[in-house]
Design a protein. Structure first.
Length: 75
């Protein structure tokens, strides 16, 4: 029996906008390198609109669900 140790594929989303986010949060995300046009790997979405764990440039970041939706252009 051969085991497969391949990395699990994660959903990738593109940041579309940062204008709907409050200034301190947008500044913090920008300092982490997250800006319009960058791609984030969604590692985990917690139930009931809990936090979303994303990965960008080998760093894992937990963000609120409402901020995540604003980043990807959702409602």
């Amino acid at each position: 029996m051969q085991l497969n140790y391949a990395e699990p594929s994660h959903q990738t989303v593109t940041v579309h906008q940062m204008e709907q986010i409050d200034k301190p949060t947008a500044t913090r995300l920008h300092s982490l390198g997250i800006h319009s046009g960058c791609e984030l790997a969604v590692l985990r979405k917690y139930p009931f609109h809990g936090p979303v764990i994303v990965e960008y440039e080998s760093q894992r970041i937990g963000i609120r669900y409402s901020i995540f939706l604003a980043l990807i252009g959702g409602n």
